[in-house]
Ligand binder design. Structure first.
Ligand SMILES: *Cc1c(COP(=O)(O)O)cnc(C)c1O
Length: 394
C-alpha cells in the first residue's frame, strides 16, 4: 500500500479500503488507532512559539480525525472536510460559514425538520432571515433572491417526501448572483451524488446514517470546494465543536464497507419498493428512482444510485387505528428516527405539520421505510402481515 490518499485511478470501492490509514505510521498495524488527547508536546521554545507541529492542540484535530477528514475529502472531490458531533451540528456549521447578521437565506420547504428549527430559532435570533421555497422551483429560484441573499440551502431528495432538486439549475443561478450554496447530501452520500462536481460550495452529510452504518454513533461532515474551504475551516476553528475520537474511529471502520452497504441497501430497497408498488394497499411509492417521484428526472440525470430510504402513501381508506395495529406489531421493522443502519425501520410522517410554502396532501397516510440488511423475503412477509392488520383494524 503506497499511500493513505488512495489512488483516484482506482474504483471507489478500492479507494474506500485504502483511504485514511497508513500502516507505516501505525507500527505496521492496518487501522488508524484512536488518538485521544488535549495537550500536544512541542520540542523547543522556538517550536512552541511558532506552533511548529502537525497538530497544535486537541481542538485542532488528531491523526484519527485528520485521517477521516482526508478520506471524506477525497471521495467527495472536496478541498477539505471538517467533522461535527452530529449531522445537525454539521448543518449549523455550514450555515454559520456563509451567513452573517442581516443576511437572507433560502431554504427548501422539504428540509429536515431540525434544520428548519435551527433557521427559525437560532438564525432568527442573530438577525438572519429565512425564506422557504418549493424544492421543485429550479431556476425560478432567481425570483426569490434579494440583495442580501447570501446562501441557498438545498436538500435533495427532501426529507420524508423525496422531491429531487435541480441542483445544477439552482447552482447556476446562485453563481450568477455570487450566492453560496449548501446541500444536505445525507441520503445519497458522495457515493451516489458528488455535490462539489455539480458546483455546490458546501456539502453536509450526517455520518450518523450510512457512514456509521450501525446505529451506534452520531457524526456530521461538512466538505468544501477550494473557494469556500478557508471560511469553513475558520468557522470550525472558532467553535471547535468536534466529535469524540471513538466515533471517528468507528466512522473510519464504517468507511471500509460504505460502498458495499450502500449498494446492498440500494438493491434491497428497490426490490421492496417495487413489491410495494404492486400492493393494493399502497397508492404511491416516493422513491427517487421511480418515475412517479417528483424530480425523478433530476435523479436520473445527476445521481449514480439510490440508497435504502424511501416513503409510501397508503390508500385513503385506512385509519390511524389500523395503522397502529400494523406498526405496533411488526416483527422485524422497528419504529424509530434516524436511518442508515443495518436494521429496517418504519415511521409514520406528515409533512403538513411543518410546511409553509408548499401543500402536502398525498391522499392517504404516509410511511417512511429504511431498508436494512435483513432477508428481503422476511421483510416482505413482515410488511404483508402488517397490511393484513391495517386492513382488519381500519
Ligand atoms: C439525520 C439527518 C440529519 C441530522 O443528523 P444527526 O446526526 O441525527 O443530527 C441531517 N439531515 C438529514 C437529511 C438527516 O436525515
Amino acid at each position: 500500500m503506497k499511500n493513505k490518499h488512495g489512488d483516484p485511478k482506482h474504483q471507489i470501492s478500492t479507494q474506500l479500503t485504502q483511504l485514511g490509514r497508513d500502516p507505516e505510521e501505525q507500527c505496521g498495524f492496518v487501522n488508524t488507532p484512536v488518538y485521544r488527547g488535549s495537550t500536544v508536546i512541542y520540542k523547543s521554545l522556538q517550536d512552541i512559539e511558532a506552533r511548529k507541529a502537525r497538530f497544535h492542540y486537541g481542538t485542532s484535530g488528531t491523526p484519527t480525525i485528520a485521517n477521516l477528514e482526508d478520506a471524506w475529502s477525497q471521495i467527495s472531490n472536496a478541498a477539505g472536510t471538517v467533522m461535527s458531533p452530529s449531522g445537525l451540528g454539521a448543518v449549523a456549521l455550514a450555515i454559520f460559514t456563509t451567513v452573517k447578521a442581516g443576511d437572507h437565506l433560502l431554504m427548501p420547504d422539504c428540509v429536515y425538520r431540525p434544520s428548519r428549527n435551527f433557521c427559525n430559532g437560532m438564525l432568527k435570533k442573530f438577525g438572519v432571515e429565512t425564506t422557504y421555497y418549493d424544492p421543485l422551483i429550479g431556476k425560478d429560484i432567481e425570483k426569490l433572491i434579494k440583495p442580501n441573499t447570501s446562501t441557498i440551502f438545498l436538500e435533495s431528495p427532501g426529507s420524508q417526501s423525496f422531491e429531487v432538486q435541480d441542483v445544477p439549475g439552482i447552482v447556476s443561478v446562485a453563481k450568477k448572483h455570487g450566492i453560496k450554496t449548501i446541500i444536505d447530501n445525507t441520503w445519497a452520500t458522495p457515493i451516489f451524488f458528488k455535490a462539489h462536481d455539480h458546483g455546490v460550495d458546501l456539502s453536509v452529510e450526517a455520518g450518523t446514517k450510512y457512514l456509521g452504518g450501525h446505529s451506534d454513533l452520531l457524526l456530521g461532515m461538512v466538505s468544501a470546494n477550494e473557494e469556500t474551504w478557508p471560511a469553513l475551516r475558520a468557522t470550525y476553528d472558532s467553535m471547535a465543536m468536534l466529535p469524540g475520537a471513538e466515533d471517528c474511529f468507528l466512522a473510519l471502520r464504517g468507511l471500509r464497507t460504505l460502498h458495499l452497504r450502500l449498494k446492498e441497501a440500494e438493491r434491497r430497497a428497490l426490490e421492496i419498493a417495487n413489491w410495494l408498488k404492486s400492493r393494493p394497499e399502497v397508492s404511491k411509492v416516493l422513491h427517487p428512482a421511480f418515475p412517479e417521484c417528483p424530480g425523478h428526472e433530476f435523479w436520473k440525470r445527476d445521481f449514480t444510485g439510490s440508497s435504502g430510504l424511501f416513503s409510501i402513501v397508503l390508500k385513503d381508506e385506512f385509519t390511524k387505528k389500523g395503522l397502529a395495529s400494523m406498526l405496533d406489531n411488526m416483527s422485524i421493522f422497528g419504529m424509530g428516527f434516524s436511518w442508515g443502519g443495518f436494521e429496517s425501520l418504519v415511521i409514520p410522517f406528515n409533512c403538513a405539520e411543518y410546511r409553509t410554502v408548499t401543500n402536502w396532501n398525498p391522499g392517504g397516510l404516509t410511511l417512511r421505510l429504511q431498508i436494512g440488511l435483513e432477508d428481503v423475503e422476511d421483510l416482505k412477509q413482515d410488511l404483508a402481515e402488517g397490511f393484513k392488520r391495517l386492513k382488519q383494524d381500519s
